[in-house]
Design a protein around this ligand. Structure first.
Ligand SMILES: CC(C)(COP(=O)(O)OP(=O)(O)OC[C@H]1O[C@@H](n2cnc3c(N)ncnc32)[C@H](O)[C@@H]1OP(=O)(O)O)[C@@H](O)C(=O)NCCC(=O)NCCS
Length: 138
């Protein structure tokens, strides 16, 4: 099981940006300039560690959205993404959010469904990648 830490942007920034850059910019071709945005300093950031090394990240926005879920390719399918997602959901629940919402890449919809999220509405494109809104009432 990965060790998950919930951190401020200041503390997560170096490692979270490195992981996000590898996954979203290098692997998925998302433009570098939309990968980092002005909301990061207001978010709670999860970092997942395996053997002491950061291998995954995700963030909880002030409005209860979860986003920027990314696990380094070599570490996928071992529960790292689930650990990150569950920590962020727990945090949102503690904070009194009524629900968490996310914009899922369509390929990852089954992953979020396993955690209780339900898909809503139509598929839409963001950064040329098909997405679908998903919600989890808390
Ligand atoms: C989506 C992501 C965060 C999941 O992290 P992960 O560490 O692989 O997830 P876990 O190991 O906890 O869970 C994996 C489970 O979800 C399923 N799953 C994960 N990614 C999936 C995908 N792209 N399509 C279908 N199922 C997927 C796996 O089949 C696995 O189920 P299993 O345990 O029965 O084999 C990771 O695949 C990732 O970083 N992908 C690239 C970036 C991305 O697309 N982020 C999501 C943006 S919305």
């Amino acid at each position: 099981m990965p060790r998950i830490e919930l951190l401020s942007w200041e503390d997560a920034r170096a490692e979270a940006s490195r992981i996000r850059f590898k996954v979203f910019v290098e692997e998925q071709g998302v433009p570098r300039e939309i990968e980092l945005d002005a909301i990061d300093p207001q978010c709670i950031h999860a970092l997942a560690f395996e053997d002491g090394r950061p291998v995954g990240t995700g963030r909880l926005l002030p409005d209860g959205h979860i986003g920027r879920m990314a696990v380094l390719e070599d570490w996928r399918g071992r529960g790292v993404g689930s650990g990150i997602l569950e920590s962020l959901i727990r945090k949102a629940r503690e904070r009194g959010e009524a629900e968490v919402v996310l914009s899922a890449q369509v390929h990852a919809v089954p992953f979020y469904k396993r955690h209780g999220f339900k898909a809503m509405g139509e598929i839409y494109e963001e950064a040329r990648i098909p997405h679908r809104t998903m919600r989890l009432p808390l």
